[in-house]
Design a protein around this ligand. Structure first.
Ligand code: HEM
Ligand code: HEM
Length: 409
């Protein structure tokens, strides 16, 4: 059985590529649809949903790698001629569908992968090569744009597959020709088919459909233009606005910073942050009666983003932002072993708990850079109580504050 294609049939390599990619894609599609629809209201349901997504993503990445290899192979292979050279419209349609399928082999998994890499954490790809992608920033906006593209592109792929299978069945059952058999078993066409010039219409149709799909995806993203606004630098600016809006009475003004946290989900770290918060800081290098000053941080809990599980995090089970839109941290700044300690109380989700956060401070001229972390237990604040063990959501939440402030006195 020949490994390469010839004018009458497909060789083994093309057929193995074709059916392997078909198998992966036809498995990834129902997995994606089912995983998307599964509930996540209990710890067990969330675990099943995440596992299905992990398998979906892993098969999808495999389909992408195989798809790229297949496209490279197809570039250098001859394509068996159509068996009915006189049916111009049918040949053009079949060829446009083949182009749609080839583009989908790249665009569908890549959009899913970019979505995953931009909002890492939930449902990891089951492989040892990391969860991020080069050139893809950690950004909720990039994630949702890629997610919208994945959604639209899967619909284009679905349409192309339906037309493609319908065409293959028509050849087999109605025309009773060798089209399906030569892809299935390499059975050659009975006689040498006449070569057909396909022209550029099919490839044009396929690319125009994909461009329209990308346009629709852009419209679906709630704040399409926010892709740039979500970049870390602008995010810091909005935090500064938050800080300014609170008109701090302290002697330091936050100029940029992040208030982030991370939690283990299904064993993988998921990182999140609050976009809007303000800090009222009074700090003096020289301690008066053992205290360097006070800090009060006010956090808009609805400004939280947490990878692909932002929606769940905002709901009643976790941050319950509808009932508790604001969290506050009020503390005295005390000398610590390696810098300082902010010792005070955190009020979150209606519960107030004592917190001690060690932090470092580097003061250069009128600018101070502060960095500190503290680990909280989500159960102390009544969060995720129905997630009674750590298999789906860890108990420990690492809060990290990183900011630059300038002296205003
Ligand atoms: C050829 C490969 C792939 C196919 C055919 C495919 C197909 C699908 C389908 C049909 C859905 C459901 C859409 C809906 O419910 O309407 C979906 C959702 C999803 N896929 Fe894929 N996918 C592929 C690859 C990937 C990859 C590689 C990743 C990530 C690494 C990924 C991540 C996702 C995610 C996160 C969702 C849920 C999106 C959301 O929350 O709306 N997919 N995919
Ligand atoms: C049960 C599902 C499928 C069946 C029955 C099927 C059948 C076929 C047949 C009979 C051909 C040969 C057409 C010809 O001789 O002109 C073909 C070609 C092709 N199929 Fe499929 N296919 C299936 C799934 C898929 C899937 C999921 C993809 C996704 C990428 C795909 C991509 C292609 C491409 C790109 C070609 C063109 C090969 C070339 O000439 O370059 N097929 N398929």
């Amino acid at each position: 059985m020949p490994a390469r294609n010839n004018d009458r049939s497909f060789g083994t390599v093309t057929r193995v590529f074709h059916w392997l990619t078909a198998l992966l894609i036809l498995t990834a599609i129902p997995l994606g649809v089912i995983a998307n629809q599964l509930p996540y209201d209990t710890s067990e349901a969330l675990a099943i949903k995440a596992q299905l997504f992990s398998v979906h993503k892993t098969l999808g990445v495999a389909a992408f790698l195989l798809g790229v290899a297949r496209i490279l192979w197809a570039l250098f292979e001859r394509h068996p001629a159509p068996l009915h050279p006189e049916r111009r419209a049918e040949i053009t349609l079949a060829s446009a569908v083949h182009w749609l399928l080839y583009i989908s082999l790249v665009a569908v998994p890549l959009s899913g992968w970019v979505h995953h890499a931009a909002v890492t954490g939930f449902a990891p790809i089951l492989w040892p090569f990391g969860q991020t992608l080069p050139f893809v920033p950690q950004s909720e906006a990039v994630g949702s744009a890629a997610g919208a593209a994945h959604w639209v592109f899967t619909k284009l792929l679905g349409l192309a597959i339906l037309l493609h299978i319908a065409g293959a069945l028509k050849h087999h059952l109605i025309d009773k020709d060798a089209t399906l058999l030569r892809m299935l078993r390499g059975v050659p066409a009975p006689e040498q088919p006449e070569a057909v010039q396909k022209g550029s219409l099919p490839v044009l149709v396929a690319f125009v459909l994909y461009a329209a799909g990308a346009g629709i995806a852009a419209l679906l993203v709630p704040n399409g233009e926010a892709i740039a606004a979500d970049a870390p630098v602008t995010g810091a600016a909005s935090e500064t606005e938050g800080a300014a809006a609170a008109e701090p009475s302290g002697n330091w003004r936050v100029v940029e910073g992040t208030l982030g946290f991370s939690v283990k989900q299904m064993g993988a770290d998921v990182s999140g942050s609050f976009a809007t918060w303000s800090a009222d800081i009074r700090f003096d290098e020289v301690a008066v009666e053992g205290s360097h000053g006070q800090v009060r941080v006010t956090i808009d809990t609805a400004s939280l983003t947490l990878g692909s599980v932002t929606k769940q995090a905002l709901e009643a089970e976790f941050f319950d932002v509808a009932t508790h839109p604001v969290a506050t941290f009020t503390a005295d700044i005390l000398p610590g072993a390696e810098g300082y300690i902010a010792k005070g109380e955190l009020t979150l989700r209606g519960a107030t708990k004592p917190i001690e956060m060690p932090f470092t401070l580097e003061i250069t001229g009128t600018e101070a850079r502060m960095a500190g972390t503290v680990t909280l237990d989500r159960r102390d604040f009544g969060m995720g109580l129905s997630y009674g063990d750590e298999s789906s959501v860890g108990f420990g939440v690492v809060v990290a504050v990183d900011l630059v402030a300038e002296r205003v006195e």
